[in-house]
Ligand binder design. Structure first.
Ligand code: MN
Length: 253
């Protein structure tokens, strides 16, 4: 099994190292990841500056390519230039923080998996429901592997679908199970914090406030809040199929 491992928290992130150590016994794991954190860059790619690639050695025998770009860049350049042969699977994560609901659109973690699907490779994104820098990524990586082994043989990988997996930050015995979910579409509750810097210039920082209650267990947001692993199939086709026939009845002369 050939795995390309990437993320959006940067090549030095503990969530990536945890996946590397958990998955390396399954086959050949190649790491190509951003050289610095690139969270919330969505599906951005680099066009106006060159991409620099540096081979780095990390703790525990982990080696990889650090790329001066975004997660989607990493997947593209890995497949086109850096890997000797195409991977069987692209794994992105484990992100520090969940990627559910509208945040899927902003997520660099998910976009790496989407990019894999666009290029015809199985893609999985893993995110942990915690913002604690000392979160137990080892436990999360074991859970990620369990999920991966369950879906590995799934037949419908080929149609541009990737899987967005969110992991609860719970001991294994307290994880309630796996739910296949749809993406929540409720609005984010957020605001800009207005602050003043030491030179008395005003600046703003986007912050989330009062997250909505997560009531619907069929959504990624709801399932995760209730202690389930959430698995959402994602597609990059943004067409709204419900509107197609509606619009076709309009007269365009
Ligand atoms: Mn991130």
């Amino acid at each position: 099994l050939k795995i390309l491992l990437t993320n959006d928290d940067g090549i030095y992130a503990p969530g990536l190292a945890a996946l590397y150590h958990e998955f390396k016994s399954l086959g050949e794991v190649q790491v190509v990841a951003p050289d610095v954190e690139q969270s919330a860059v969505g599906h951005a790619i680099t066009l106006m500056t060159p991409l620099r690639v540096k081979e780095v050695c990390l703790d525990g025998g982990l080696t990889g390519f650090a790329v001066s770009g975004f997660p989607a860049d990493c997947v593209k350049i890995a497949m086109a230039e850096l890997l000797p042969s195409p991977p069987d699977l692209v794994i992105s994560g484990i992100n520090l923080g969940p990627n559910v609901g509208i945040n899927v659109l902003y997520s660099g973690t998910v976009s790496a998996a989407t990019e894999a699907a666009i290029l015809g490779v199985k893609g999985m994104a893993f995110s942990l429901d915690s913002y604690d820098q000392n979160a137990d990524f080892g436990a999360a990586a074991r859970l990620a592997r369990e999920v991966m082994e369950q879906v590995r043989g799934w037949g419908a990988w080929n149609n541009g679908v990737c899987l967005n997996v969110n992991l609860p930050d719970l001991p294994r015995a307290e994880v309630k199970g796996v739910r296949v979910t749809r993406q929540d579409t409720g609005p984010l509750v957020e605001h800009f914090e207005r602050r003043v810097d030491p030179r008395r210039h005003i600046y703003y920082w986007l912050a989330e406030i009062n997250p909505r209650p997560a009531l619907d267990p069929d959504t990624d947001y709801g399932a995760l809040a209730q202690g389930y692993v959430s698995v959402t199939p994602i597609h990059h086709d943004l067409t709204d199929y419900h509107s197609l026939s509606d619009l076709q009845t309009l007269k365009w002369e």
